[in-house]
Design a protein around this ligand. Structure first.
Ligand SMILES: N[C@@H](CCC(=O)N[C@@H](CS)C(=O)NCC(=O)O)C(=O)O
Length: 201
């Protein structure tokens, strides 16, 4: 299989983490691409009409996307039990929250990097950050059931989201207002799958 990949993308990182958790790294070759909303890489477009990454090309040539579908697929393939049946809806909701943090955080980067300075909207950037803050607040105050207990895909996705905040929005210092989350993250970040996939770029 082939994974259309960028080491900076938090969505790609989720998939990469599952490959490690499921012991499937040998089954997938990484195809690095540089792709943005304004300049789509050919490999990304060929695998996904939306031109977004990650996309996983299976051995039969069929492509899977987006990250949530790929993670679920790899979890079944590797029998890694990251979506335990008895709490699957909570785990998926937690993963959706993490993906939402990533979407807002990535779109803040796009706004600054891809638009001319005169077209950028500080109010819009702050509105995106406000979504991130509300999500972190829900995690800090234990409002997401799957955020406790045995490791699951929702928790791994949250770790990828927090790693991306450090990577691209370190100046916002999210730890300042969320000490419990910061402590949780310090521990989970030591997990080998997360150590092996730290963002770069
Ligand atoms: N919902 C998608 C989001 C993927 C996504 O937005 N990926 C970014 C990279 S971090 C991308 O491909 N951006 C290029 C674009 O927006 O065209 C997923 O979970 O895979």
């Amino acid at each position: 299989m082939k994974l259309i990949f960028s080491p900076a993308s938090p969505f790609v990182r989720k998939v990469h983490v599952v490959l490690h958790e499921a012991g499937l790294t040998d089954r997938v070759s990484l195809v690095p691409v540089a792709t943005t909303a304004l300049n789509t890489a050919d490999e990304a477009r060929a695998a996904n009409p939306l031109g977004k990454i990650p996309a996983l090309i299976r051995d039969n040539g069929d492509a899977l996307f987006d990250s949530r579908v790929i993670c679920r697929y790899l979890d079944v393939l590797g029998e890694s039990h990251l979506y335990p049946q008895d709490r699957v809806w909570d785990v998926l909701t937690l993963e959706a929250l993490a993906d939402g943090i990533m979407e807002s955080a990535v779109s803040m980067v796009y706004e600054v990097r891809l638009r001319p300075e005169t077209d950028q909207s500080p109010a819009w950037i702050e509105a995106q950050w406000s979504k991130v803050v509300h999500a972190l607040d829900a995690l800090e105050h234990g409002k997401l059931f799957a955020f406790s207990g045995e490791i699951n895909m929702g928790q791994l996705a949250v770790a990828c989201a927090l790693g991306y905040l450090d990577f691209r929005h370190g100046n916002r210092d999210w730890r300042k207002n969320f000490p419990l989350l910061a402590k949780w993250y310090k521990d989970i970040a030591e997990r080998p799958s997360l150590r092996a996939t730290e963002p770069q770029g």
